[in-house]
Design a protein around this ligand. Sequence first.
Ligand code: MN
Length: 444
Amino acid sequence: MGIDLKTEYKEYHTPYLWLENNHTPFMKPECILPIPSDSDFSIFNLPFGIFSSQKWSPRIGIRLGDFVIHIEELNRAGHLKDVEMKNDGLFLSPTLNPLIEAGPGCWRTLRNRVQLLFSVGSEQITLNENAERFLIPVSEVTMHLPVQIGDYTDFYSSEYHAANVGAMFRDPQNPLLPNWKHIPVGYHGRSSSIVVSGTNFHRPKGQIKPPTAEIPAFSPSKQMDMELETAFVVSRNTQMGSSIGVDEAEDYIFGMMLFNDWSARDLQSWEYVPLGPFLGKNFCSSVSPWIVTMDALKPFRVPMDAEMNPEVLPYLKQKQRWTYDIHLEAELITQKGDKKVISKTNQKYLYWSMNQQLAHHTINGCPMRVGDLLASGTISGPTEDSLGSLLEITKRGQNPIVFPNGEKRNFLEDGDSISIKGFSEKEGIRVGFGEVTGMVLSSL
Ligand code: MN
C-alpha cells in the first residue's frame, strides 16, 4: 500500500503553488538554484533552523541546497507579504519556538511561499546581486540548537532493540517485559544537556560496578555508547488535564530531527533499577540542526512494518498506523580517522508510532508545550547490520567492531566520533536531515 506522490503534493503543496493558481496538471517544482540530485536539501524539503554568521546574530533560516535562506532579509525585500506574522521581529528570533507557536498559518505559509519563490515559474524570485542578502553559503554559517527545548522524553519504541537488550540483561527466552506491548515505554530525560550537532562532550564519570566487584568504584565510563534515534518537536501547547487523541496527534508535531542519545552503559546498568535511566543518559544528547517538517515528510509515509499484537487499549488504537520511510545510518570515525558504517536502519522498524507516543504521554493529563522534544528510542532493525547501538552491535563488548586497518572497538574511545545521517527518497525526490555528529573527549 503506497502513497501516491501526486496526490500528496497536491494536498500539501500544489493547491497553493501549482494547481489552484493556474490549473495545470501536477508538475514537480524545479528549483532555480542548481542542487545536486543527492542533496538532502532539495526544493521539496526546506527545513527550518537557527543560524548565525560573522555578520548576523542567531536567527531563523531555511536550508536549500548549499545555502541558508535568511528569512528576515527575504521578508525585508517584500517577498513574504502573505505570511501571517504576529510581530515584526518574528524571523529574528534566536529559537524557532515563536515561529512554531504562531501556528501553521505562519510556518506552513512561509515554507510554501519559499518553495514558490525558489521554483521555476511565474512567481520565481529574481536572482541578481541583491540575492546575496538572503542567500548565505552554508560554509559561512554556524548552526545552533533550533528550539528551546522545554521537556524531553525518550521512548523505547523499537521492539528489535528492546528484545536485544532484554535478552542480554534479563532472559533470552522472554526478553520483553510484560508491559512492553501494551505501553509505549518511556522516561523523562533532561533538556539541559541536549546539544546541536558538532558539539563535542567529555566522557562522563560516575559509579560503575563490574559484576565481579563487591562495591562500586568512581571512574570515567568505560562503556560509552551511542543510540541511533529520531526525535520530534511538539507544535502546540495543551492544557493540563487534556489529552491528545491518537488519530489527531500528527497535528501536534512540527517536524523531526536526527538524535543521538549518547549512553554510558556501565553507569546505566548499575543505576537503572528500580527507577530507570539517570546519569548514564543525561550528560549529553545531540540533535541535527535542521527540523524537517511533517509537511515535507508526508510523501514518504508508509504503513508501519510491525503488526500490533496483542491488541492495544482503545486510546492507543490508530485507524491507520503510519510511519515514515526514513533511511538511517550511523558511522563511527576513530581518532585515527578510520571510518566504518556500523548501522543501517529505518524509522519504519519502530513498533510504536509517534501518534501513539503522544497519545500515551498525555492520556493522564500531562500538558505538552511548544518545543518539547520526544525521541524514539534506539531504532534497531531485524538484521545484524541494522542495530542502533554498540551494545547490540558488539554484544555488550564481546564481539568488537573491526576496522579495515585492524583497529577494534567494543565501545567508544576518546577522540571517536559518531555521525548519524538520514533521508527519505522516492521517485527522484529526496528529503533529508543532513547529519548529527559529535565526538567523545577525554573525561575532565
Ligand atoms: Mn535513548
